[in-house]
Design a protein around this ligand. Structure first.
Ligand code: GLN
Length: 245
């Protein structure tokens, strides 16, 4: 094992875990361990929501129903300043779907306005129909296309922020702009659910590298892994939706 150690804080896996978002935690942990880097996972749940961000290197929050999102947001608002400080000091935060919507100013559902954490200058309004299906993105950060599955009523406006990727198949932030997700410092918000990291190893490594660079100034980069199976899964989906025969 190396001397490096990464702490991953998983926020509310008991409430926001649609399509198995929590598998992404295992993927990050394994990809670190395979490089000899120790990873500690702290789960903050609805039963035990006392969490400490002072040692956090990566925070992950998944997606879920409007109802569960509201419960989580209410709890997280108590930690708003701490989260803001974490983000502004380059802490890595990955937020999927419902979690992504919570990063902004608000999420307006058909029946309620859920106040967001105001970490980013973005906002979300629910549309009349849901944007559902497979989605493929071209990323500005690495070569591999990002593949995933989206299912959201919310339409997110990211203002002048940088998106995570350009939609080449699917809906994205609001079905209109042709962009998906948001990146601000080391914050990554996306509508892509479920096995995001297992199917997108370059995205996972990009995020792990951000955390390692922040914590260890001498970090030189991640050793390559044999990703042939992961790449095959990724390429199969890309081909299926971008080159129909
Ligand atoms: N409840 C939100 C929406 O419908 C987020 C859904 C989700 O996380 N899949 O837009």
């Amino acid at each position: 094992m190396s001397d490096y150690k990464i702490q991953i804080v998983h926020l509310y896996p008991d409430l926001l875990n649609l399509y198995g978002d929590k598998g992404n935690i295992e993927c990050m942990r394994k990809r670190l361990l395979w490089r000899g880097i120790d990873a500690e996972v702290i789960r903050c749940t609805n039963q035990d929501s006392s969490f400490d961000l002072t040692r956090a290197d990566i925070i992950f929050v998944g997606g879920g129903s409007d109802r569960d999102q509201e419960i989580v947001c209410h709890k997280l608002l108590e930690k708003k300043d701490e989260l803001k400080n974490y983000v502004e000091t380059d802490g890595v935060l990955v937020a999927v779907c419902g979690g992504y919507q919570l990063l902004g100013e608000y999420y307006q559902t058909p029946t309620a306005k859920i106040e967001g954490l105001h970490l980013l200058d973005i906002h979300t309004d629910a549309g009349e129909n849901r944007l559902i299906g497979n989605i493929i993105l071209e990323s500005a950060f690495f070569e591999q296309k990002i593949t995933g599955f989206e299912n959201h009523a919310g339409r997110t406006s990211i203002g002048n922020h940088q998106p995570l990727g350009k939609v080449i198949f699917g809906h994205g932030n609001n079905g209109e702009t042709g962009y998906e997700g948001v990146v601000y410092k080391n914050v990554f918000g996306t509508y892509l659910h479920g096995p995001l990291f297992p199917k997108n190893p370059q995205l996972c490594d990009h995020i792990l590298s951000c955390a390692l660079k922040r914590k260890y100034p001498d970090f030189k980069g991640l050793a390559p892994l044999d990703d042939s199976l992961e790449n095959q899964a990724n390429e199969y989906i890309v081909k299926r939706f971008t080159q129909p025969n």
